[in-house]
Design a protein. Sequence first.
Length: 143
Amino acid sequence: MSSPTSTKPIRLSYRHIYILSTKRGLGFMLLLTLLLLIAFIYNNNLVYLLCFLLASLFFITILHTVNSLQGLRVKAGQSVDIFAGELAENILIVDNPDRTDHYSVQFGLGWVGRLCSLLILRSNKVSVSVWRNELKSSWLVCD
C-alpha cells in the first residue's frame, strides 16, 4: 500500500465549495433567459413572475447545496498501487463533526465515472471508495 499524499483533512467551507452548472443547468438558464425575453417583448406580468420564481428557486438550491456540504472534513485515505489500464480505487475519509445529518452527498473523480451517493450521519466518519480507470502511469494527487 502506498502512503497518502496528504494526511491533513480539508474542512469544507463556503470558500472551498464550487458549484458548477451541468448541461441541464445551462439549459435551465437558457429557458430562464428565453422567458425573460418573452416577458420583455409581450410585457406580460405573469411571465415575469414565473421567470423570477424559477430563478429564485435556482439560486436557493445552490445555497442549500452549499449549506449541506459546509462543515464536512475530507481526507485522502490509503490506496493500493496499480498498473496502467487498471481500475484505481481512491479512498476518501469523510468526517462529519456537526450535529446535523448530511443527506445524499455524492463523490466522484473527474467528469467520467460513477458518482457514489451516501448519507453521512451526525458525528460520524465514513470511508468512501471512488473508482477511476487509469490509462497511463502517473501519480494521482488529491489536493
